[in-house]
Design a protein around this ligand. Structure first.
Ligand SMILES: [Zn+2]
Length: 95
């Protein structure tokens, strides 16, 4: 089952675990690559730097196609119902 912004895996009525955006570390990382020559903007935390690189690269090379890659970080969090903690067993004694 997937809810807005979170991925949730359920077994019956039990919430086993969820994945959420990891807001404790780096924000999403953005990088643009040229689809003609595979040159890259390098990693950035804001969209402006890769976008400016695309325009500059297009001006210098005539290449016009680009790919924007976003790397986001996730973390597993305990089920929303709080049924499991690390080291606890599942509903049928499953670890
Ligand atoms: Zn290129």
């Amino acid at each position: 089952m997937t809810t807005a912004g979170d991925s949730v895996i359920r077994q019956g009525d039990w919430t086993l675990w969820t994945l959420s955006a990891d807001v404790t570390g780096s924000p999403p990382i953005l990088e643009a690559t040229c689809t003609t020559c595979d040159d890259s903007s390098g990693a950035a935390e804001e969209t402006k730097q890769p976008e400016v690189w695309c325009l500059s690269h297009a001006h210098q090379t005539g290449h016009t196609g680009f790919r924007m890659i976003t790397t986001s970080f996730l973390q597993r969090v305990h089920g929303k119902r709080g049924l499991f903690r690390d080291g606890c067993t599942g509903p049928k004694g499953d670890a």
